[in-house]
Design a binder for this molecule. Structure first.
Ligand SMILES: NC(=O)C1=CN([C@@H]2O[C@H](COP(=O)(O)OP(=O)(O)OC[C@H]3O[C@@H](n4cnc5c(N)ncnc54)[C@H](OP(=O)(O)O)[C@@H]3O)[C@@H](O)[C@H]2O)C=CC1
Ligand SMILES: O=C(CO)COP(=O)(O)O
Length: 338
């Protein structure tokens, strides 16, 4: 029998990753009455946050007043009462390994990246548990653009941990006047919702970029939602979780808003402006990296993910948009909920 984790007393929050999302979460934590300490690897970002009170590279135009502070010292961030990982999904193993020996045993570590690990096909919470066993893993996900959160616009997310009491405590640590976390104990469902919606946002962008019409976009989003549920359930998550914020909520946001980097990349693919995967020097497009990993996971589990397969093929430049659409429409007829 497992024992509930003791609820953490959270005054300080270490945020590992000085990008748009890490910076926005630092502001959310400050508004929640906690002291955020943002670790960034880039000295210029740390100096800009501490002296000019902004993050010009990743979140320009947003004022970062105290108590937001930044550091280059990972030990300082790791020593906080709660730690958030906010670097891209594919860096999770390396960053968590670097943190591992610096954490106090039992420190909650909140994953906020959205993706599956390439190569292993593992969920990020599993990667964290493997490389940083001293951490208590939690996941924060849901419809939340960094710019919206940073500006204090109303936002709701899900915080999941295996122990619901821990999820409640972590949710409370982030809760502020405009940032509303809901607690869940379905770590798998919440992770899959965040990871796969990026892939499906690319698909929705392709439909828009190719000018296929609002009806096609609605059909795509409905079938995309079915894929979210199928994969989450096959991996051990609960279907109802995907009807929530990390699932339907984030799918709605990123399959319809041009603020989404994944959706915007899909539009470029649909318009024929991008033929292969995004360049590392451009904006982060997590769905392009997640698509082939999701396909591999689905094939291993015998789950049918035709939209995800189509995105993987497009991103890898193996097919054209017209070939993908013809292939999807030519699939044998089936029952809707089979
Ligand atoms: N932006 C958003 O609206 C949201 C993003 N997310 C998720 O958060 C994650 C991060 O996205 P976001 O912040 O937007 O991305 P950004 O591109 O804005 O920032 C990424 C940050 O990670 C840093 N970084 C990259 N690789 C490493 C590494 N190996 N070690 C340490 N730091 C590293 C970068 O450092 P450097 O500046 O030095 O390159 C940069 O500070 C993604 O998984 C995304 O899906 C989730 C919800 C909302
Ligand atoms: O996850 C996000 C909002 O919930 C951000 O989406 P993009 O990474 O597509 O910009």
């Amino acid at each position: 029998m497992t024992h509930p984790e003791p609820a953490p007393q959270v005054e300080t929050v270490g945020i590992v990753g000085g990008g748009a999302w890490g910076t926005a979460l630092a502001l959310a934590v400050a508004r929640a009455g906690r002291r955020p300490l943002l670790w960034a690897r880039d000295p210029a970002t740390v100096t800009a946050i501490n002296l000019s009170r902004e993050n010009p590279r990743h979140l320009p135009g947003i004022r970062l007043d105290p108590p937001v502070a930044a550091t280059l010292d990972l030990d300082e961030a790791a020593g906080c009462d709660l730690v958030v990982l906010a670097t891209p999904a594919q860096t999770t193993r390396a960053v968590a390994a670097d943190l591992a020996g610096r954490l106090r045993p039992g420190t909650p570590v909140v994953l906020s990246a959205k993706g599956f690990e390439a190569g292993t096909g593992r969920l990020l919470a599993d990667v964290l548990a493997e490389v940083a066993p001293a951490a208590v893993p939690a996941v924060l996900s849901g419809p939340s653009f960094a710019a919206d959160v940073a500006r204090g616009l109303p936002t709701a997310v899900t915080v999941a941990a295996a122990d619901i009491g821990m999820a409640d405590a972590v949710a409370a640590a982030f809760a502020g006047p405009s940032f509303r976390p809901y607690a869940s104990d379905d770590v798998i469902g919440v992770e899959v919702g965040g990871a796969l919606k990026n892939v499906l946002a690319i698909a929705s962008g392709v439909v828009v970029g190719r000018g296929l019409g609002a009806s096609a976009q609605a059909a795509l989003v409905a079938r995309a939602f079915a894929e979210l549920v199928r994969l989450a359930v096959a991996l051990g998550g609960r279907a109802e979780t995907l009807t929530g914020l990390s699932g339907l909520g984030d799918l709605f946001l990123t399959t319809s808003s041009r603020q989404s980097r994944n959706f915007a990349y899909g539009i470029a693919l649909g318009e024929g402006r991008a033929v292969e995967g995004p360049d590392e020097s451009g904006p982060l497009v997590e769905g392009a990296k997640t698509a082939p990993v999701a396909v591999a996971i689905a094939r291993r589990l015998g789950v049918d993910l035709p939209v995800t397969e189509a995105v993987a093929a497009l991103v890898e430049g193996r097919v054209s948009v017209d070939e993908v659409m013809a292939g999807l429409l030519a699939r044998p007829l089936k029952r809707e909920h089979a």
